[in-house]
Ligand binder design. Structure first.
Ligand code: ZN
Length: 214
């Protein structure tokens, strides 16, 4: 089973109380249930982009014989909260879980980021498997996505983090992919084009398959 987690949701903006509720982040910390995500200067929203890409990845993986669960099945609901997104992957005993996002960084910054938990509740075996997933995703993303590794955060596209609930709380191999910077004109153009989204989705699907050794 593969779990795809398209970040945020279309109803979050109009449900501030729900998405601002505090939930466990792991290791005794808390954070907000979810956020609204970012958007391009023209209003194209991250939640929509994330969902569009996730559907493409799902279709690709299913066509290649894998079973896929999404953490949300439409782009008009609220949440689920970030801790629940992790729980969905955990209870599915996912072979791999990937959160799909796009960043809202400085206008001059561009490229993809692969976020990994510095530590996760699954322990060192899950942390190292998640890193192997990140390495596999780096190989495919750098070749296929049309994006370069981020030039404004992290190192060569890798970004260890300690504040991402969905990664801290995972007990299965999991990473978060920031598919470019929606505040950067060239990344946004790729994100807004069907061909650009198809390239990124293919890179994610191929990264998962590469990790699985298929
Ligand atoms: Zn996001």
């Amino acid at each position: 089973m593969i779990v795809l987690d398209p970040g945020h949701n279309g109803g979050n903006e109009s449900h501030a109380a729900e998405i601002n509720e505090m939930v466990p982040q792991g290791f005794g910390q808390e954070k907000a249930c979810d956020t609204t995500g970012t958007n391009g200067d023209d209003g194209y929203s991250e939640h929509q982009f994330n969902f569009q890409v996730a559907l493409l990845v799902q279709a690709d993986l299913e066509q290649r014989g894998l079973r896929v669960i999404l953490t949300r099945n439409n782009d008009s609901g609220v949440g689920p909260c970030v801790n629940i997104r992790a729980a969905i992957g955990n209870s599915a005993h996912a072979a791999a879980a990937v959160s799909i996002h796009a960043d809202g960084g400085p206008a001059g910054g561009h490229g993809y980021q692969l976020l990994e938990a510095q530590r996760s509740v699954g322990g060192s075996s899950v942390e190292s498997a998640s890193h192997r997933l990140a390495v596999a995703m780096h190989a495919t993303f750098s070749q296929e996505s049309g994006l370069t590794p981020s030039n404004y955060v992290g190192s060569d596209g890798y970004e260890p983090r300690d504040d991402i609930a969905g990664l801290n709380l995972t007990t299965v191999p999991k990473i978060l992919v920031e598919c470019g910077n929606m505040r950067n004109a060239s990344d946004l153009a790729l994100e807004e084009s069907a061909s650009g989204r198809a390239r990124m989705a293919r890179a994610i699907a191929d990264g998962i398959l590469r990790f699985l050794g298929q």
